[in-house]
Design a protein around this ligand. Structure first.
Ligand SMILES: [Fe+2]
Length: 332
């Protein structure tokens, strides 16, 4: 039997201790407690405790905060993570781990999104020291280890790019230049020419195009999908990837991947148990539909470009959960 406690706290206040011996504060969310020292993050709950490398923890926390808990499940690792219920969020330990469940060491609490968001944001800001950028590839940032030494608020509060219609249209310019976004070292060979648009008179601001490859070659973050175009519920979310996806994402809907350049290896597991289901190697031009009942983590040996295509409909998780929509997009 699982241990489940629901605490709907409507108070936005962050509960934190005075700085500890290493200079970092401790945080509480319901019966969860978070602490860091020079190398590790420690998570405790009424039936257990868990230790993560602070490096992995901060990279995962950064995505959970920046994506506002994303779609479905954000597993920091095989034990702790969050499930987005779009208004409330579950914070869990061992809930998607067969061994923890059998041993009855799993635990989950539900929070108003604002409570967990504000606590995570405060923790991320406090625990990120000067020079460490959790969004950057490991080769492009300093290390997160050691005693509290400054902060990097500008990096951890970086806003996710989200077009209202499409990058390039009036109001959605989001221009990237050499000054603001220099071309990443691994994309030095990507052509930077922009498409020539010849619109009929009167349609100059309605017919728009931009060079997506050039746009992505200037991305200064990894594993952070931006929304470059929106058509009703259809979101094009391309991103640049390098090293390892810092979370294991549990889908609550089908998710399309179009590998635009280079290569990513995906480890695909059962969402509920973590049992391996498949390994998928995607090379430039490959397209995959990741099912709605899996979780996956990607490995990108060289910075690569990936288009993530999402159906943002709020009805999908319930339709899939109740079997009225399939977990696969198509039957062959
Ligand atoms: Fe996913």
């Amino acid at each position: 039997m699982s241990t489940t406690e629901t605490s709907r706290n409507t108070n936005d206040a962050v509960i934190a201790s005075e700085p500890n011996h290493e200079g970092y504060r401790e945080y509480e969310l319901g019966h969860f407690r978070f602490r860091r020292d020079e190398y590790f993050a420690y998570v405790t709950w009424p039936t257990g405790d868990h230790t993560l490398s602070i490096d992995d923890f901060l990279r995962a926390m950064q995505r959970d905060v920046a994506w506002d808990f994303f779609y479905g499940t954000v597993n920091f690792d095989a034990v702790v993570g969050t499930v987005n219920h779009y208004g409330t969020v579950d914070l869990f330990a061992g809930s998607f781990n067969e061994v923890y469940r059998k041993a009855e060491r799993d635990y989950v609490e539900n929070f108003e999104s604002s409570v967990i968001r504000e606590t995570f944001k405060a923790m991320l800001d406090d625990w990120t020291i000067d020079g460490f950028d959790p969004f950057a590839s490991p080769a492009e940032t300093d290390k997160p280890f050691g005693v509290k030494a400054g902060s990097n608020t500008e990096a951890v509060t970086r806003r996710r790019v989200a077009a209202q219609r499409m990058v390039g249209v009036p109001g959605d310019e989001q221009i990237r230049t050499d000054e603001t976004h220099p071309i990443n070292r691994m994309f030095a060979d990507v052509p930077q020419d922009e498409p020539v648009v010849q619109a009929e008179p009167g349609y100059e601001d309605k017919v728009v195009a931009f060079n997506l490859f050039a746009y992505l070659s200037r991305s200064n973050v990894t594993w952070n999908p931006s929304v470059v175009s929106v058509c009703k519920e259809s979101l094009y979310c391309p991103t640049t990837e390098e090293y390892i996806l810092p979370i294991i994402h549990g889908n609550d809907r089908v998710e399309w991947f179009v590998q635009l350049s280079d290569e990513i290896k995906w480890v695909v597991e059962d969402r509920e148990t973590g049992v391996l289901r498949s390994k998928v190697t995607m090379r430039a031009g490959d397209v995959a539909a990741m099912p709605g009942d899996i979780r996956h983590q990607g490995y990108s040996p060289k910075r690569s470009m990936l288009l993530v295509w999402e159906n943002a409909s709020g009805e999908l998780p319930e339709l899939i959960r109740t079997g009225r929509a399939p977990v696969y997009p198509v039957d062959f």
